[in-house]
Write a protein that binds this ligand. Structure first.
Ligand SMILES: [Zn+2]
Length: 376
């Protein structure tokens, strides 16, 4: 769902990343915080307003990060490995298979986020109150503002729509009551879509009321939630279908191999133009040494294709995401989603025996659905 993200650091052993969308939002929020500071406190100099805007933004995203860290730390304390935390748009996401244990763990891990935001709200409120005589008015005002923002974050996250924390609480309760994670996820993600549409409706109402900024905010968050709820359920369905399936069942196995000494021109004419593949394993004496991809060829100017060799433009096998033929497909799915190559190689005894791309998976799913009515 998201684009590129960058690693920015590691806290308590957990990798923290920022999504590319976040940079734009961070600038927008800094700017709006600066505007707010310069309107509310006209006595501030330009530099002072900028500094206050930056302080408010840092504390805002710091609060979001602490919220996510609370989820992550409790996950780890319950023995659930945390992959990473990504900051994006107005919030963050902690990647961990929270549903891998039971409803009690999910309940606890979900609850600690809004609790932490509420606690931060109280802390900022206390600092604003106690600091009234010591700190300057703009700083006190900023702390007060952050108290409200954190309270709003706590309340928003408690909305009962999956994948918000409130939706996770709802899911764990239904899961506990029915014993079925699948049914619980279905209900919670439908609730997520309903909450999302309600927010979109609130956006339309704001627009009619003449509040353009509020309208954009509501509509945007609502639409985002609808999409996230839908995607969460589809992913669960996908994992359900892939249970018990191995990499070799899904992989495209009819591989055409390409020799390393071939020129790129011949590779294009005799392979890329002839077969419906985006990549070819490069084999030398029965061993795969790399992969020639369409993307790799495209990086070389066309007029140089006749003189360049496949060997010099392939991606070495060591740089690829590799699995065994008997690897479980739900793990492979994770690797396919995490890696940016969009492809997983199936390797047996040093030789690539298959490739799995999202389109191979789609093809497999289409056949599976055609043959198995339980998929509905
Ligand atoms: Zn949360």
């Amino acid at each position: 769902m998201f684009g590129t993200s960058w690693r920015v650091g590691r806290i308590a052993g957990i990798e923290v990343r920022v999504d590319s969308s976040w940079v734009v939002i961070a600038l927008l929020i800094t700017y709006s915080m600066y505007l707010r500071a310069s309107i509310l406190y006209p006595e501030l100099s330009g530099g002072g307003a900028v500094a206050l805007g930056i302080l408010a933004t840092v504390l805002f995203f710091g609060s979001v990060l602490v919220h996510e860290l609370a989820h992550a730390v409790v996950s780890q304390a319950r023995g659930i490995r945390v992959q990473d935390i990504t900051l994006f748009l107005f919030g963050g996401a902690t990647r961990a298979r929270v549903e891998s244990r039971g409803p009690a763990d999910e309940f606890l891990i979900a609850l600690v986020g809004p609790l932490t935001s509420a606690l931060l709200a109280a802390l900022f409120g206390i600092v604003a109150t106690l600091g009234r005589d010591v700190l300057s008015t703009p700083v006190v005002g900023t702390f007060g503002y952050l108290a409200w923002t954190n309270l709003l974050l706590a309340v928003f996250n408690l909305l009962p729509g999956f994948p918000l924390d409130g939706g996770r609480l709802l899911r764990s309760a239904i899961w506990k009551a029915t014993g079925s994670l699948r049914r619980a996820t279905r209900v919670a993600s439908l609730a997520g879509q309903a909450v999302g549409w309600l927010l979109v409706a609130a956006g339309v109402a704001s627009l009619l009321g003449g509040n353009l900024a509020g309208a954009i905010w509501f509509a945007f968050i609502g639409w985002f939630l609808v999409q996230a709820a839908r995607a969460s359920y589809q992913e669960l369905q996908l994992r359900d279908m892939l249970r018990g399936v191995e990499a070799e069942d899904v992989m495209a196995g009819d591989l055409v191999r390409i020799p390393p000494e071939l020129s790129l021109q011949d590779a294009v004419d005799d392979y890329f133009m002839r077969y419906d593949h985006g990549a070819f394993p490069v084999d030398e004496q029965g061993r795969t040494i790399g992969l020639l991809t369409l993307r790799g060829v495209r990086r070389v100017p066309k007029e140089q294709w006749p003189t360049r060799r496949v060997r010099d433009h392939m991606v070495p096998l060591g740089d690829q995401v590799v699995v065994a033929p008997e690897a479980r497909m739900d793990d492979v799915l994770g690797k396919l989603q995490d890696g940016d190559a969009g492809r997983v190689l199936v390797v047996q005894d040093g030789e690539v025996v298959g490739i799995i791309t999202p389109s191979d998976l789609t093809r497999w799913l289409r056949r599976w659905r055609a043959l198995d009515s339980r998929a509905r």
